[in-house]
Design a protein around this ligand. Structure first.
Ligand SMILES: [Fe+2]
Length: 88
């Protein structure tokens, strides 16, 4: 598992949540993103025999569109942000 990549993605999402422009403030980082990554991912990885690295990245990025642009179309804006970030 590429822990360096996951750490960078986690840091990026945390920084976005810390920004004053975050649509939901910082709270979603400890209350939603981290539990998704640390509690749900291990369960899902076992249950589905899925790639844990992919699940971790998805757990951190899945609601980034809501944080940056708000909930409307967050599945689309989030995918765009995730694509740009992963291209980096
Ligand atoms: Fe979510």
């Amino acid at each position: 598992m590429n822990t360096d990549l996951i750490e960078k993605i986690r840091a990026f999402v945390e920084e976005e949540c810390k920004k004053p422009t975050s649509k939901y403030g910082y709270e979603p980082f400890p209350a939603h993103f981290v539990p998704m990554a640390e509690e749900i991912v291990p369960e899902l990885a076992d249950k589905l025999n899925a790639d844990k690295e992919v699940l971790m990245i998805a757990a951190y990025l899945h609601d980034i569109g809501s944080i940056v642009h708000g909930r409307a179309d967050h599945h689309i804006t989030g995918a765009q942000i995730a694509e740009e970030k992963l291209q980096e």
